[in-house]
Design a protein around this ligand. Sequence first.
Ligand code: PEP
Length: 255
Amino acid sequence: MDKKNRNALIAGNWKMNMLASQVPAYWQGLEPGAKLAEGVSSALCVPFPLIPAVKAALAGSQVKVGAQDVSSHDKGAYTGEVSAAQLADLGVDYCIIGHSERRAYHGESDGLVNEKLKALLGAGITPIMCCGESLEQRDAGVTLSFVESQIKGGLEGIGPEEMKKVVIAYEPIWAIGTGRTATAEQAQEVCGYIRGVLGKLYGEELAKGVQILYGGSMNGKNAKELLAQPDIDGGLIGGASLKPEFADIIGAANE
Ligand code: PEP
């Protein structure tokens, strides 16, 4: 299986933006351009309280709803946490885990990301597991070894059948929200390397089927070149997913 046999995924990450009352107008702006070609999927990963409003707005559309985090626990006395079962109950299809903002501001380790990944798989939700290096790590030449350690840590104990249900997102921290996109060559180098790591862990055939996304200041202008890379199967989009421009990125994936 190579790129043309893998489906593309264009996922938006709203982060802590938007209000439920703004969702209908947002969707009105996006909907005309949010038609998906065969082999292209899309999802909006939104704050927990907005899930019902987004789910209602997207009813009848092919765009799915995702979350941005999940508890590693099943249920119980974990004040403020949201379980995978609760997300599944709301009809959530995807969930981001291990985003660099959660790693930086909430101390999330690869071990915790691994527990969250297992919780999502148990609830039938597709995890979008993020990895990516800081600028210091890139400058120190340790990008590939660092990303490899995140991948291995996040996937600890995940068997081949489960791995088929996992999406990986490579997001260099220095490119997130900065307007400084990785070049297509830089993004491809790491995404190709990640596929190689997956090949060593699960065999080449399985690795060829895994969706690997790029994230970091992807927009309507640079999406086409990034998505044309052999190991980039889609995008995780922050800022541009809040605007109708998100449809241009879907359009680039449709081509
Ligand atoms: C992100 O938050 O995952 C992201 C890639 O953000 P942005 O597109 O704004 O860089």
